[in-house]
Every structure is written in C-alpha cells, then in structure tokens.
Design a protein around this ligand. Structure first.
Ligand SMILES: Nc1ncnc2c1ncn2[C@@H]1O[C@H](COP(=O)(O)OP(=O)(O)OP(=O)(O)O)[C@@H](O)[C@H]1O
Length: 555
C-alpha cells in the first residue's frame, strides 16, 4: 500500500523531473562502478603478462596499462560526480514530496467541514503534519537508497557475470536466499514502524494537553505527575526505537556472517573446482568484498523503509478523510436576514453519541438580542454552529426569512456572521493585524470604533496602540483583554448575526455591562445570539431560549 502510494506521489508532475534525475544518477553511479570492476581483469592481467589470462575485452581492443589506468580513474570520477548528483536529487525530491504532502494535508484540513474538524483527536493533525510527514521524507530517502543499492548490486553482479558466470551465479543465489530468509525481520520492522506512529500520536496529544493545561497543572501542583506521564510516553517511544535499532543491528550481524560464507564458497569454487585464473579470482574477490556490505545495506534500508512507510498510509488516510468531508466550495448568495431566522425540527447527532440536539423549533427575530442558556453539554454551542451555518443539521431545516439554508448558501451565510468564542484566538502580529483579519481594508477610525464598542479602550494606553505586537510573538494579553479584542474583530465584520459563545465570561461585571449595552444598541443594525449561563446578557435579552439535553425547554 505504502509503496503504491509513494510511487503515486512520485509520479506527480511536480515530482517527475526529480524522480528522473534520481533514477539517472543512480544508474550512472552503479554502471560506472560495475564497469570499473570489469576493467580490473585486463588491468591485473597486464601487470602480469605470464598468467595467460584471456582478454575479456572485444578482440582487437588490446589496451595498454596507461590507457586502462586512465579509464579506471575516469570511471571513478564519473561515479563520484553521479553520487553528488544523486545526493542532491534525493534531497530535492524528498523535500518536494514532503512539502506537497504537507500542503495537501493542510489544504484538506482547512477545506474540511467543521463537523469533521471538531471530531479530530487532540494532537492528531499536529502529529500528522509534523512527525508523520517528516517520516515520509525519511521513507523516500530509504527507498532512493534501496534503488541505488539494488542497482549497484545488479551492476556488480553483471561485472561478475562478465568475469566468471558460474561464480557469479553461486553468489547471486546466495544473495537471493539471504534476502528471502530475512522477510520476517522486515515484517517485524514494519510492525515496529506502525507502533512508533501510534506512540508519536500519543506524545503529541499529551504534549499539547500539557501545554494548554500548564496553569491548572501548576495550581494543582501536579508538575511531577505530568512530568512522569510525559516521561512514560518518551520512554515507551525510546523502547520502541530501541527494538527497531536492535532488530536492525541483529540483521546486519547475521548478514555479514552469511555474506562472508557465500563469498568464501564462491571463491573456493572458483579456485578449487573451476580452475579460474588468478586475475579473475582477484577481481571476483574485489567484487565480493564490495558487494558484501551492500547486501547488508540493502537489508538495513529495506528495514528503514518498512519502518517509515506506515507514515505514508497515515498521511493518505488523513488526506482522504479530509477530502471526503470537503466543505462546499461554491458560494451561492444567502437570503438577506431581515425578519426571522427559523429552525424547524432540527436534530444533530455526532457519530457514536446521543443526539446533541433534538426537535429544535425556534424563531430568532432579526435585530434582537437572544440569549441561549442551559447546563453544560445541553447543546448550546452546537445550536450556535447551526445558526451560523458552520454546520448543517442532520434532520430538519434552518431558514432565513423563509428560505432554507442549504448547500452552497451555507458558505455565504457564514461569511455574514461573526463568532466569538469563550477562549478567544489572538493570532501573532499586532492588534491591527488581528483586527484586519476581519476586514483587510478597515481604517483606523473603524478599528477604534469597534474597539470602543467592545470596551477595549485599553489599547490606547498600551505602548504602540494598534501596532502593539501580541499573541505568541508579543505582549501577553489577559483573558478579558483577548475577549474584548476578539469581540472588536467580530464587530468590524459588520455581520448580520453575531454569536457570542460565553464571550464575556472573563470580564469584570462593569465591562460586561458596558459591552452588553453596546450589543443592545447594535441590534439596530444586527442580530445578536449570546450563549451565557448568567450575567447581564440574559437580563437584557429580548428572548431567552433554554436548552436541556438537546431540547428547548421553558426558560
Ligand atoms: N465534535 C463533536 N464530536 C462528538 N460529540 C460532540 C462534538 N461536539 C459536541 N459534542 C457533544 O454534543 C453535546 C452538546 O455539546 P455542546 O458543545 O453543544 O454543549 P454546550 O451546551 O455548548 O456545552 P458547554 O456549555 O459545556 O460548552 C455534548 O454531549 C458533546 O459532548
């Protein structure tokens, strides 16, 4: 599977040139090495003309020692140049393949439907995009080396066939037997490779969970428990890697011994049974000495490939799954939201779970402030996702002013809504960059107006104002400051519908009240759905919807 997938990737137009370069360089390198060995027989024979060795060169092509030596040097130089070309081609090809795979996975992920994205396991995408795809590069390097080594062995075998066919056949049979005997070791390496993928996934998930929970871990004084949890993951990874290295080293050791026995038998047969002249025997010995480590390397690289190849299957599975859940690409105009957003018998059920929403019937009048309340897990966020067009219901319909929202319309409706979540996302860059995320052409005046409405006047006081770097690369903002900037960003979009998912939970009551009043005023231009357990927003709301176990109940 992985081999087919790799070749499919390498056949892509962007990769074709690199693949051809690599194949040519490997061929030139192997052929020049084989030809160099063939030249050894006349070279050795010309050093000792008394051997009576028959020339292996075509009749009439008797070459003098200086010419033979010059040819020999030229072949070595050609091989060295081909090796440089090959090394660069492998690097170019593996990088190109990794970049292309990673971009396909990223595009698949960004283009996927929210329902699929929200069901991804913690750290799953990061593990794939970082470690698995890097392992794909390693797999390609292993495969390229396997091709080179196999070609080199084939060239040596061809040279041995030219020099002495019977001895070459004995050696080839020995090499084939060795390869077949090692099939179980290759299978084991593959199994260890699959295991390694799972361990990498688990470590990524644990790391990202730990990073997000650092504050809780510290305040609960659970540092050492978390350190041992991570250490457990690292040590099990270490054990798996050790098992892999161990099986590799063992295979190498056995191969070295087996190869030496095969070579000794072939030379013994050449001398004792076939009475082959000395220059030929010496050339055969040189070929075997060169071939012996190559056989070991073929085995090691085949194991390396088997160990890394499962990453290709992981990448393919992820890409196929994301593409199977592609969001609608087209965008058909959604109706204008002038009167009412209505939900009729809406139901949502996540795979393997109880219904998140059931038989939801409700109407959200335009230019109103609507609060959605309910206990945790009652379906509030799912309902917000349905209203914002982020996901579509499994049953029932969502309509704007009587027109059902479906298919390509969902996308354009989504672009007319703004969503502010409880844990706001602040991107790297400046505050201005974060605000322009909503509207690339927003003027400073518009940004300040949105910041004022979001009660984020504090931006005027911080050094640099709108140009203050924030997020991962700049000033660390408090939870409440982030919420206010995220709210200003949503307001800048001038949406038809704003959804606040506990978006004021980190604010003090004075700020929350000011924002609630600003939102109330904004209902002249827009509609606001606020998910809020308590606080001023439900008090100021025109309508309160209460959910329990995925159903609307009396407030
Ligand atoms: N992507 C998902 N995959 C599987 N189940 C999900 C997914 N998203 C939500 N659920 C489940 O659907 C139910 C409703 O979840 P939802 O997040 O809508 O509740 P909520 O009322 O917003 O909860 P909270 O107040 O805790 O945020 C829960 O049982 C939740 O576990």
């Amino acid at each position: 599977m992985a081999l087919r997938e790799t070749f499919r990737q390498l056949r892509q137009p962007a990769m074709r040139r690199g693949t051809i370069n690599l194949a040519l360089a490997s061929f030139v390198s192997a052929a020049s090495e084989g030809a160099g060995f063939v030249l050894l027989v006349p070279l050795l024979a010309s050093l000792d003309a008394t051997t009576g060795q028959a020339s292996i060169l075509p009749t009439g092509l008797e070459l003098k020692l200086p010419v033979l030596l010059a040819l020999f040097v030229a072949l070595v130089a050609l091989r060295a140049a081909a090796e440089v070309w090959r090394a660069l081609s492998v690097q170019d090809l593996s990088r190109a393949l990794v970049d292309s795979l990673r971009m396909t996975a990223v595009q698949g992920m960004l283009g996927a439907r929210w329902r699929w994205l929200s069901g991804l396991r913690e750290g799953e995408a990061e593990a794939l995009l970082v470690s698995d795809i890097n392992r794909c590069a390693y797999a390609v390097e292993m495969l390229a080396s396997l091709v080179r080594l196999t070609l080199a062995l084939a060239a040596l075998l061809a040279a041995a066939l030219v020099v002495s066919p019977p001895a070459a056949l004995v050696a080839a049979a020995g090499a084939l037997l060795t390869y077949l005997l090692f099939a179980p070791v290759r299978r084991r390496a593959r199994a260890i490779g699959e295991d390694l993928s799972e361990r990498h996934d688990a470590i990524h998930a644990n790391l990202s969970r730990t990073m997000r929970g650092l504050r809780v871990i510290k305040s609960f004084e659970k540092e050492s428990e978390h350190a041992s949890l991570l250490d457990h993951g690292f040590s099990s990874l270490r054990r798996t890697e050790r098992a892999y290295i161990g099986s590799n080293a063992l295979a190498q050791a056995i191969l070295q011994i087996g190869g030496a026995i095969v070579a000794a038998l072939a030379i013994w047969a050449a001398v004792a049974k076939l009475s082959i002249p000395l220059p030929t025997v010496l050339t055969l010995a040189a070929i075997f000495v060169r071939a012996l480590p190559l056989v070991g390397q073929v085995q090691a690289h085949a194991q390396g490939w088997a160990h890394a190849a499962p990453a290709f299957d992981n990448a393919r599975r992820f890409i196929e799954a994301s593409q199977a859940h592609t969001d609608t690409a087209a965008s058909a105009p959604a109706p204008n939201f002038r009167t009412v957003l209505s939900l009729r018998d809406v139901g949502v059920r996540f795979a393997g779970r109880e219904s998140a929403l059931e038989h939801i019937n409700m109407e959200i009048p335009a230019n109103c402030l609507v609060a959605i309340c309910g206990p945790s897990g009652s379906g509030k966020s799912t309902l917000a996702d349905i209203c914002s067009g982020l996901t579509s219901p499994d049953t029932g319909t969502v309509a704007i002013d009587g027109t059902c929202l479906e298919g390509a319309m969902l996308r354009s409706w989504r672009s007319r809504t703004a969503y502010v979540q409880q844990e706001p996302v602040i991107f790297g860059g400046t505050i201005r960059d974060n605000l322009r995320f909503a509207d690339a052409k927003a003027t400073d005046d518009c940004m300040w107006a949105a910041l004022e409405d979001a009660h984020a006047g504090f931006v005027r006081e911080i050094p640099g104002g709108l140009d203050c770097p924030v997020g991962a690369t700049g000033r660390e903002l408090s939870g409440g400051e982030k919420q206010r900037i995220a709210l200003a960003r949503a307001l800048l979009r001038s949406p038809d519908l704003i959804i606040l998912d506990e978006a004021t939970s980190a604010l003090d009551s004075a700020s929350e009240k000011a924002i609630a009043e600003a939102l109330r005023r904004m209902t002249k231009k827009t509609t606001v759905i606020a998910i809020a357990h308590r606080g001023i927003l439900p008090e100021l709301a025109d309508q309160v919807i209460r959910l329990e176990r995925g159903r609307v109940v009396a407030p």
